[in-house]
Design a protein around this ligand. Structure first.
Ligand SMILES: C[S@@+](CC[C@H](N)C(=O)[O-])C[C@H]1O[C@@H](n2cnc3c(N)ncnc32)[C@H](O)[C@@H]1O
Length: 354
């Protein structure tokens, strides 16, 4: 028996919240299907229209589309005009569901969540057995979703506020510096740095070959010449003369973050800087009981902790490690000076120096 008395009002409050979450869980899938089928974009272009008109424009079966539109309308994701039997996207709905690449767009988040549902059997097995799950074991939509989810935040903050918040780094990058972007994934942060600082050379490293292939493709499409990508682990990338090393939302995924940070320290010039970007978190679970933390702890359970567990040491910092724990890791790796240089509603930026 629980040591709490059953409180009907509390139960109904929680039940209401959970029903909202159930609606959200199916809403995320519906929205992702619409994203992948290109429906939101066409609906925004066409404006208020019947499901038959939209079916013709979007090339989607009319009956399926009617059901999908009805689900979206009932969820409030799109508007429905009952008098005319037409559907439309308001500017606010378009910002959330249709505007790829803008910080308001939720589709990267949705793609990441769908990727975890899609491989739930493995997640259950990993959870029950306690074994690791390599990053490479996830579905391709996990890698694309991760990039789509993080890229808008980097585009909005990296060169505008994070680099300027570091001591003396911006001037070095303007003049021409050597930069390492470790665990760069699809290379969005690498390319942003390369575009903004054409005199510098930005090296993107990641141990996941398909991600490095994608990063190379993106750099080619963006027409940036001052990037170099290489498949290599965070403890083995070459060079000992970097002015700046960065890790974006990946140190906590590593099995041996202390070893990786120690390798980074050895790869930097004596006056070099390590910029560590990690999900925003407080230092204890008690201070972390909020929606953002619930989301990050969720991804951490299925992605971050298993990725770390699959590598040597398997420290499993988790995606909500917090500044205090991250500072300990950096201190242990030999960085004596660590400070929080910047933060956004979702990320913290630590500056580490020898
Ligand atoms: C959450 S993703 C972040 C990717 C990218 N930095 C971004 O912000 O979009 C984590 C990345 O860490 C990489 N990774 C994990 N452990 C690594 C290791 N030990 N060495 C190199 N890369 C690693 C994965 O391949 C993956 O690309």
């Amino acid at each position: 028996m629980s040591n709490h008395d059953f409180d009907q009002a509390k139960f109904e409050e929680l039940q209401g919240k959970v029903m909202g979450d159930v609606g959200g869980a199916i809403g995320v899938l519906m929205s992702y299907i619409g994203d992948q089928a290109g429906v939101y974009r066409v609906l925004e272009e066409v404006g208020p229209c019947s499901h038959e008109e939209l079916s013709a424009k979007a090339g989607i079966d009319a009956r399926y589309l009617r059901e999908w539109l009805s689900s979206n309308a009932a969820a409030g994701y799109i508007d429905y005009d009952a008098a005319n039997d037409t559907f439309s996207l308001s500017p606010e709905q378009a910002a959330l569901f249709a505007h790829e690449g803008e910080p308001t767009c939720m589709q990267g988040f949705f793609e990441s969540i769908v990727s975890q549902y899609a491989s739930y059997e493995t997640a259950v097995d990993v959870f029950k057995t306690g074994k690791g799950r390599p990053w490479s074991d996830h579905l391709p939509c996990c890698f694309c979703g991760t990039d789509r989810f993080f890229r808008p935040g980097y585009a909005a903050n990296l060169v505008e506020s994070w680099i300027p918040a570091l001591e003396g780094v911006e001037a070095k990058l303007e003049a021409g510096a050597k930069v390492a972007d470790i665990a760069c994934g699809h290379g969005s942060s690498t390319i942003l740095l390369a575009e903004r600082y054409p005199n510098s050379t930005i090296h993107g490293f990641d141990f996941h070959p398909p991600s490095i292939e994608e990063a190379k493709d993106k750099a080619e499409k963006a027409g940036v010449r001052n990037v170099e990508f290489q498949v290599v682990s965070a403890k083995e990338f070459p060079g000992n003369d970097f002015d700046l090393a960065c890790i974006f939302d990946a140190l906590h995924d590593m099995g041996d973050p202390v070893g990786a940070a120690a390798h980074i320290k050895a790869s930097l010039k004596s006056d070099g800087t390590f910029m560590l970007v990690e999900p925003l978190a407080a230092d204890s679970l008690g201070e972390n009981l909020n929606l953002l933390a619930a989301i990050f702890y969720g991804f951490s359970t299925t992605i971050c902790v298993p990725t770390s567990r699959s590598q040597e040491v398997g420290l499993a910092l988790g995606a909500q490690a917090g500044e205090k724990r991250l500072t300990e890791v950096l201190n242990e790796a030999g960085f004596g000076n660590v400070r929080r240089a910047a933060e956004t509603p979702t990320n913290m930026v630590l500056e580490a120096r020898a």
